[in-house]
Design a protein around this ligand. Structure first.
Ligand code: SAM
Ligand code: SF4
Length: 348
């Protein structure tokens, strides 16, 4: 895969770790490479989204430079997300180039979260460059409901993409947003389908990200506490101790042996073990998904293309300000902690 010769210096050595004020080691970066998407999921985007002008986005080269700097500072896991990462033009060049850090061992895992629509096209290249696990979002197995929830998506294309990914050797985890009055009735069919296809499964509670026009957040909200209780009517669930430093808690299903995760940012506090930060496609570094404060890395990247220490200093200073936790709460009449930005902006 071709990639223009980088004008930025490369790094080969981890200089120091990123430790925040609460002694949490930051070694996981989630990077949104675009705010655009070929779907318009009801809980994520409004139908007429205003997307960012191209000049505001970090170029592929700038993304590489920035990620390489994070890796130099101790990031070991990089998850690429969006928007839909696989609709960004030439994104495979970025993947191909960043995979050099897998070869050196500085980066331990390169992965992505995708809606699955482009997986038929890209799965084998992703595998070739070293991606081993991916997350695919899928909220229903019913074709009509799929068109309704994604507005623009086709279920058959996503199912075909998942098959292509598995055929290419990628381990696929399904992410399903729990939505009241939408996929409640599919809880068991989705779980059984994942078990039959050897797919791990994670349920996500809907989060208050971005204004959605007609969609009422509270009417979408289905607590994972309720979902888990319902699952327990049919299955025996055993808690697993493992933690990824993120908001997911896992169980093993005795009957099917599959692993199921629950991401419950609203009913479970996971902040103490948070090991991650997020960067948007415009280079804003968010220390917490649920807080507004951020650092603008793009200005530094563009101002000092040959002085990596400037970017390192900005990143370290931002980590020194990582907040203790977030403040989402659905229990009040108005949603406390509501975030003005969309999930597609920060990357889920
Ligand atoms: N387009 C890709 C996809 O759908 O997987 C990657 C980006 S998407 C923003 C990442 C994840 O965020 C998806 O699993 C999606 O279901 C989830 N998501 C989007 N909006 C959400 C919200 N308001 N609450 C909870 N999860 C959300
Ligand atoms: Fe696109 Fe993913 Fe948001 Fe759906 S959840 S609109 S696929 S970014």
């Amino acid at each position: 895969m071709n990639f223009e010769a980088p004008k930025y210096q490369d790094h080969h050595e981890v200089k120091s770790k990123l430790i925040d004020p609460f002694a949490r080691e930051i070694n996981y970066l989630r990077l949104s490479v675009t705010d655009r998407c070929d779907f318009r999921c009801l809980y994520c985007m409004s139908e007429n989204m205003q997307f960012l002008p191209k000049k505001d986005l970090l170029t592929l080269e700038e993304l590489d430079y920035m990620c390489s700097t994070f890796i130099k500072l101790g990031v070991k896991k990089l998850r690429v997300t969006g928007g839909e990462p696989l609709v960004r033009r030439d994104i495979m060049k970025f993947f191909g180039r960043i995979s050099r850090h897998l070869e050196t061992g500085l980066l331990e895992e390169l992965t992505l979260t995708t809606n699955g629509s482009q997986l038929r096209r890209f799965s084998s290249d992703l595998y070739k460059i070293g991606v081993r696990r991916i997350n695919v979002s899928l909220d229903t197995l019913n074709e009509e409901k799929f068109s309704k929830i994604t507005r623009w998506g086709r279920l058959s294309q996503v199912l075909d993409g998942i098959q292509a990914a598995q055929d290419a050797g990628l381990q696929v985890k399904i992410n399903t947003v729990a939505l009241k009055n939408f996929n409640e009735t599919e809880l068991f069919s989705i779980t059984d389908w994942c078990a039959s296809k050897n797919l791990d499964l994670t349920f996500i509670e809907v989060m208050p990200m971005g204004e959605l026009g007609e969609e009422d957040r509270k009417s979408q909200y289905w607590s994972l506490r309720d979902l888990r209780k319902k699952l327990e009517e049919n299955y025996s669930l055993h808690n697993l101790e493992e933690s990824t430093g993120g908001p997911a808690r896992y169980v093993r299903v005795e009957e099917t042996k599959q692993k199921i995760g629950f991401i419950t940012p609203l009913t479970h506090n996971f902040c103490e073990s948070c090991n991650r930060v997020r960067v948007t496609c415009t280079g804003e570094l968010f220390m917490c998904l649920g807080q507004e404060n951020n650092a603008n890395l793009r200005d530094t990247i563009r101002k000092y293309p040959n002085r990596p220490e400037e970017l390192e200093n900005d990143i370290k200073a931002a980590i020194d300000n990582k907040p203790k936790g977030h403040d989402f709460d659905y229990s009040r009449a108005s949603i406390k902690g509501q975030m003005s930005r969309h999930m597609s902006h920060t990357g889920g």
